[in-house]
Design a protein around this ligand. Structure first.
Ligand code: SF4
Length: 165
């Protein structure tokens, strides 16, 4: 018996470039279809996202830029949840080992108070959560990204690859 009836909400205006946004969106749609879950996509509005992280481009991953980015996306998700009568919000962001679960959950609980909607701040990495998610993605044959999403993380990834050479 599942704990929740889940709807996928794809809010990723942080992703650069545009074709990467749509590529990841297709992968998310495939997974939603495989698990028979409704899928809703938010409009791609990178200009809004850039406004939210203005002045933070040189921050390291897990720093203040990521905090602003996560706030931006979760805030949009809570707005959607509020307007559409959902009772709780959770995020797949915290399944990645590169993300700081405390940072994500602190934002989630703040927004839960703001919107009066529950935030499910479960540690999805626990009990092999990350390995399981990777295995499921592999089994589904979907595209897997090799950088977090924004232009700054893409540049960082390219630079580290160049340094390895
Ligand atoms: S590295 Fe990831 S979480 Fe951080 S700002 Fe970029 S897209 Fe957002």
């Amino acid at each position: 018996m599942p704990d929740f009836t889940v709807t996928i909400y794809y809010e990723n205006s942080n992703i650069y470039p545009g074709n990467e946004f749509y590529r990841r969106q297709e992968a998310a749609k495939t997974m939603a279809k495989n698990f028979n879950l409704p899928f809703t996509q938010a409009p791609y509005k990178p200009e809004d996202w850039f406004r939210s992280v203005r002045g933070l481009r040189d921050e390291p991953e897990r720093g203040r830029r990521c905090e602003a980015c996560i706030y931006h996306r979760l805030n949009k998700t809570f707005q959607y949840a509020k307007s559409n009568g959902f009772q709780a919000v959770a995020t797949t962001l915290s399944v990645s080992r590169r993300k700081d679960i405390n940072q994500i959950n602190a934002i989630g609980y703040d927004l839960a108070e703001k919107y009066n909607i529950e935030f499910v701040g479960k540690n999805w990495k626990k009990d092999n959560g990350e390995t399981l998610s990777q295995q499921r993605a592999k089994d589904a044959g979907i595209y897997r990204q090799n950088y977090c999403g924004c232009i700054y993380s893409k540049l960082q990834n390219t630079n580290s690859k160049l340094q390895e050479k």
